[in-house]
Design a protein. Structure first.
Lengths: 288, 585
């Protein structure tokens, strides 16, 4: 069985020192090892942005696609080979701005992949513009007078879109984050994990200290039941979504693959590409 | 007796006009006639004039006829819009319900049959279509029993009584028309057909069947006219092979999901029309630089923007060749018949894997939706070739390094592994990358990788099976006519008339649009005195591509049509003749 070190390669990330994404990468590598994966059975698909580079920093099959489209690519990979573990990942711009449509639809489709967003509430790679996760009033290069738009609440959106696994974590909580990613990989369906991953260069508001002061761990809330959607929504609203832990999980709903009529039980990419002549003749006869 | 007939049924959309045509066609197709249908319809579900023009012939036909023998009208608009197509001796059969009137200059004879009333008396006015079919039978002097099986197949699941009622409606229509026709009963009797059973299908059916035959097992697509039938067919059939179709949230997801599936090792397709292709362009570039195979169908319709969604046009050509920013290797195929659409789509999957690049199967609305009799399709001609897909065990790379997925090779194609393979780990990125897929911006690497990708297709025009369909009987032709996609049949027919006029005409349809088969087309251009390119767009896109590749800029002329309607044979005939006679060619 592979250790987490076997999920490392020799590429030096181009993230700034102190970037939250380093911990997310480490957590993904640990989680992959902990659930018993071999590097060749993991495919990491990522979007564009600082965090999108993550697929190149993990030793596994990696696909660094185009901005906002990690989810449809990842779903295609999973449909081609249900035996693979597929993780999609990217930043808040990737998932909640240009790719928001895919996020909502991937959630409601419920294909068995894990989606990890590294949420830093800013556009880092393009050097500091507002993100859909930036709070109203947040000053950036593109909002010099402060953002006049509301921030999206991905956790609330996920719940209302019919998510079966919704979790949030903070990049410094390596142990918790690793456990959540493991739970996400093990969940049979679409797992949505938002990780607060501070940008030390461009976001001087949502800093490590800011999160430490404002985040509430769900396991400190007495009686919190992650199978209770109503409570999940209420808790998110009460805490302005600043909570960490598994917010909601519905293990009863089958994943998309389990519901597809006729879908190959083994990896689809191993299926025979030829038809027998009789089958072809039957298809032809339908047009006569 | 006649050997061909042109029949049109028209009315308001949603009235069952399409099914009237369908039933008529299936029955005649089974008798061995060749049919060619073209639907005029609008982008709405109910209301608006729609018609289905069907040509019936004892010989192969791939063109809409110039004129009309019989018009079946369910409303006055059908007469007003279409009466000019009817020649002398033609027949209009109209429903008494709307008190039909013919314009003064109508050449055809009007027969008023109470379609709706007869149908209502038999149970439901919905059967007025069947009454109309019966009336048509009387004109053709055809036994109504030829409809027995079709009616049974369509209505059988609703019970015997419904089947009987529908047959009664056909009989009643026949009898009513018989009385009106008197001596003219069977006035347009068709010569007997050969009785051969052939397929009757639209181009989109052939594309979808070609995908199944070509090993496609996954599709991601978004509904759009005129491409949706491809998706609808595959949704029904792919589960028989373990595969499936996902209707995605948008066109971008459709393209990128199909890329993901192809990267995952499954032959996957997406299909759309112009607006969808515009949205897929960034993904096409991704497939190009990541060397991921993907087959994309573009069923062209009237553009730009939403344009003319239900009308014929061939204006996506340049976008398909050059679309996506930056430069990638890309193959664009353009089948010119339904049969070719089948074989080309199946072959597209081979090319996509052999060259590890996007392959666009270009169609147009007339080819995609025109329902017609099709020659037998030979599955034995379909091959599965997967190029440099690695299907053997890979040795552990030295120093645990990555697999050289983008190894610089002589032919530009590198070994391809799919996720899940031991020792095949590599990186894939839309960023310029080195041989293992690791991002690299060095000038040396950029040039190596760019050259490697671009040389993949260097030899394709020599190995591609039939880059140009040729009907070139003349060593030295007076005129060479060039086209692509669905114009083939119409050009064929026009050429028959030009030859009768004494002209020597060669004909070629370009089937491999990109990379362009320049040598082959050049020799055709050189061996003709004059050259004209026929296409459904306003700017002569194919003509420009040809000029760019073979020169002869002043020799190559255009005949263009971009009013939303397909060419008719007489238009090509007269325009070629005029240009020729007045020296304008």
């Amino acid at each position: 069985m592979a250790t987490f070190k076997e999920f490392r390669n020799d590429v030096k990330p181009n993230w700034c020192p102190g970037c939250g994404d380093f911990s997310v990468q480490a957590a993904m590598q640990r989680a992959a090892a902990n659930v018993g994966l071999e590097p060749e059975n993991l495919a990491v698909v990522s979007g564009i942005g600082c965090s999108g580079r993550i697929s190149g920093y993990i030793k596994s099959y990696g696909f660094h696609g185009i901005h906002g489209r990690s989810l449809p690519i990842a779903q295609g990979v999973k449909m081609a080979n249900r035996e693979l573990t597929v993780i999609a990942s990217g930043g808040d711009g990737d998932g909640f701005a240009i790719g928001m449509g895919h996020t909502i639809h991937a959630i409601r489709r419920n294909i068995d992949i894990t989606y990890i967003v590294m949420d830093n509430q800013i556009y880092g790679l393009t050097k500091g513009q507002t993100s859909p996760r930036s709070a109203a009033g947040f000053k950036t290069k593109s909002t010099p007078e402060g953002s006049i738009e509301q921030a999206v609440s991905p956790m609330e959106l996920a719940l209302s879109a019919g998510a079966t696994f919704v979790a949030q974590s903070f990049s410094t909580d390596l142990k918790d984050l690793t456990a959540i990613i493991e739970a996400g990989i093990n969940h049979k369906g679409f797992s949505f994990i938002n990780v607060f991953s501070p940008c030390v260069t461009y976001n001087k508001i949502n800093t490590y200290d800011w999160f430490k002061q404002n985040l509430t761990k769900l396991n400190t809330i007495e009686g919190y039941d992650s199978s209770n959607k109503e409570q999940a929504m209420q808790t998110l609203m009460q805490h302005d979504s600043l909570v960490t832990g598994i917010i909601y999980q519905d293990s009863s709903r089958p994943s998309y693959q389990e519901l597809v009529p006729g879908y190959a039980e083994k990896a689809l990419n191993k299926s025979d590409l030829t038809l027998d002549q009789a089958h072809f003749d039957k298809l032809v006869a339908e047009f006569m | 007796m006649i050997n061909q007939l042109s029949w049109k049924v028209g009315g308001q959309q949603g009235e069952g006009i399409e099914s009237t045509g369908e039933i008529f066609c299936i029955a005649l197709n089974r008798l061995g006639y060749y049919l060619y249908g073209y639907r005029h319809f609008s982008s709405r579900i109910k209301g608006g004039h729609t018609n289905n023009k069907i040509r019936v012939s004892t010989t192969e036909t791939r063109a809409i006829s110039d004129d009309l023998d019989i018009l079946v009208a369910f409303d006055q608009e059908t007469i007003d819009v279409n009466y000019k197509e009817l020649h002398e001796g033609g027949i209009i059969i109209a429903d008494a319900k709307f008190k039909p009137v013919c314009p003064e200059d109508t050449k055809a004879e009007l027969y008023i049959v109470p379609f709706t009333e007869i149908a209502a008396e038999l149970g439901t006015s919905l059967m007025k279509n069947m009454v109309a079919i019966g009336a048509t039978c009387a004109v053709l002097g055809m036994e109504i029993s030829v409809f027995n099986d079709v009616v049974d197949e369509i209505f059988g699941r609703k019970g015997e009584e419904i089947v009987k009622k529908n047959m009664d409606a056909i009989t009643a229509g026949y009898k009513a028309m018989e009385v009106l026709l008197g001596e003219k009963l069977g006035a347009m009797e068709l010569e007997k057909a050969d009785g051969q059973k052939r397929m009757f299908m639209i181009g989109n059916d052939a594309i979808a069947l070609g995908a199944v035959a070509g090993g496609c097992r996954f599709m991601a697509a978004y509904p759009i006219t005129p491409a949706s039938e491809i998706m609808e067919y595959l949704i029904k059939k792919l589960p028989q092979f373990g595969g499936t179709v996902i209707q995605t949230e948008d066109e971008i997801a459709a393209a990128t999901m199909a890329i993901g599936a192809n990267y995952g090792g499954v032959r996957a397709i997406t299909a759309s029309a112009g607006p969808g292709l515009s949205l897929k362009m960034e993904a096409i570039g991704l497939a190009g630089i990541t060397e991921t195979p993907i087959v994309i169908v573009d069923t062209q319709r009237g553009g730009p923007s939403t344009g003319l969604p239900t009308k014929q046009e061939q204006s996506d050509l340049m976008a398909m060749i050059y679309g996506t920013h930056g430069e990638i290797p890309k193959i664009v195929m353009a089948p010119s018949t339904v049969e070719e659409a089948f074989y080309d789509t199946a072959e597209a999957f081979n090319l996509a894997e052999e060259y590890q690049c996007p392959v666009i199967v270009l169609s147009d609305l007339q080819l995609s939706l025109g329902k017609q009799t099709v020659q037998p399709l030979d599955y034995g001609k379909v091959e599965i070739r997967r190029g440099k897909l690695v299907d053997f065990e890979i040795e552990e790379p030295e120093n645990k390094s990555y697999f050289k997925r983008y190894e610089v090779t002589e032919d530009g194609v590198s070994p391809r592994v799919v996720p899940g393979m031991k020792n095949g780990i590599h990186h894939v990125t839309g960023v310029e990358h080195d041989e293992t897929g690791r991002p690299s911006e060095t000038a040396l690497n950029r040039k190596l990788q760019m050259d490697k990708r671009m040389r993949k297709l260097n030899n394709l025009t020599n190995t591609f099976q039939t880059p140009v369909y040729k009907n070139t009987p003349h060593e030295e032709a007076d005129l060479l006519i060039l086209g692509f996609n669905s114009t083939r049949g119409t050009i064929d027919e026009a050429i028959g008339r030009l030859e009768t006029d004494g002209m020597k005409v060669n004909h070629a349809q370009i089937r491999l649009i990109h990379p362009f088969p320049a040598d082959e087309v050049l020799s055709l251009v050189q061996s003709a005195k004059k050259v004209v390119v026929i296409e459904n767009n306003a700017t002569g896109q194919l003509a420009n591509i040809i000029k760019m590749n073979v020169g002869h800029v002043n020799k190559i002329k255009s005949i263009l049509k971009y009013d939303g309607n397909p060419f008719l044979p007489h238009e090509i005939h007269t325009q070629c003749k005029e240009m020729f006679e007045y020296g304008n060619v």
